[in-house]
Write a protein that binds this ligand. Structure first.
Ligand SMILES: Nc1ncnc2c1ncn2[C@@H]1O[C@H](COP(=O)(O)OP(=O)(O)OP(=O)(O)O)[C@@H](O)[C@H]1O
Length: 252
């Protein structure tokens, strides 16, 4: 069984004020295995954020089924869904979303504060995460004292401290310069190599070329997918770039 399964997922946004509704996702079927690193690419408005929000259990599909680790998400009660999300889904935002009044270590520990885990165990886990991401020396700093790339690495720490089944990233390098992007992408690649399943929405060819598979979405459907296989980052970059060009040329 796949770690993540979407079966014929559709999402229609109905407008309260007009008869026009938007079909943002059209019967999307995707399977993701444990340990994969998948990038999702597509033009603005193609449905990427809608897809990520549904997988994050932040939004509900209009039709279709979503399974995470074999569990049918539509079978979880409204009250159970935030607990499920807290325990299973890590999420990284483009603009980090750190709390400015907490230091790096406190930001990373935040998802565990609501749990029953004892404070010594929480500290041990946050130190492990900071070592893994090579940000231990930042532990007492506040967000305003660190760079954008460092903030995003803290956000990765906050996302993975719960040992999520899936780590979702929405444009994780979108607000970063190329040096910071490289550091963040290296962190994501390393934690994926240690077994973390990662799904990343990105417009960046460099970011996508670090993934093991790229899904291309166009007008709410999966247009194509590419597997990296044994290709180098450079060769995969060229192939992704070519696919995007062809996809975006084919306007009917
Ligand atoms: N809350 C909403 N209400 C109505 N329509 C929406 C809503 N959210 C998204 N849409 C529409 O659904 C379609 C898909 O939007 P979505 O945000 O998923 O695209 P995207 O690929 O993530 O775009 P971007 O790269 O610009 O973030 C678009 O036509 C968008 O206008």
């Amino acid at each position: 069984m796949s770690l993540l399964e979407l079966k014929n997922i559709s999402r229609i946004y109905a407008s309260k004020f007009s008869a026009v509704s938007v079909e943002a996702l059209k019967k999307i079927t995707i399977e993701v295995e444990k340990g994969e690193f998948v990038a999702i690419m597509g033009e603005s408005g193609s449905g990427k954020s809608t897809l990520l929000n549904i997988i994050a259990t932040l939004d509900e599909p209009t039709a279709g089924d979503l399974y995470i680790a074999g569990k049918n998400i539509s079978g979880i009660s409204k009250s159970g869904i935030s607990k499920f999300r807290r325990e299973n889904i890590g999420y990284i935002f483009q603009d980090f979303n750190l709390l400015e009044t907490l230091n790096v270590q406190e930001n990373i520990e935040l998802p565990l504060v609501l749990s029953n885990i004892n404070p010594d165990e929480i500290e041990k886990r946050s130190e492990e995460v900071m070592k893994k991401l090579r940000i231990l020396e930042l532990k007492n700093k506040y967000p305003y004292q660190i760079s954008g790339g460092e903030k995003q690495r803290v956000a990765i720490g906050r996302a993975i401290i719960i040992n999520p089944k899936i780590l979702l990233a929405d444009e994780p390098t979108g607000a970063l310069d190329s040096k910071s992007s490289t550091m963040v992408l290296n962190n994501l690649k390393e934690i994926n190599e240690q077994g973390q399943t990662v799904l990343m929405v990105t417009h960046s060819l460099i970011a996508a070329s670090k993934a093991k598979r790229v899904l291309f979405i166009k007008d709410g459907i999966i247009y194509n997918q590419l597997f990296k296989g044994s290709r180098s980052n450079e060769d995969f970059y060229e192939l992704i770039s070519y696919t995007l060009t062809v996809m975006n040329e084919k306007e009917e």
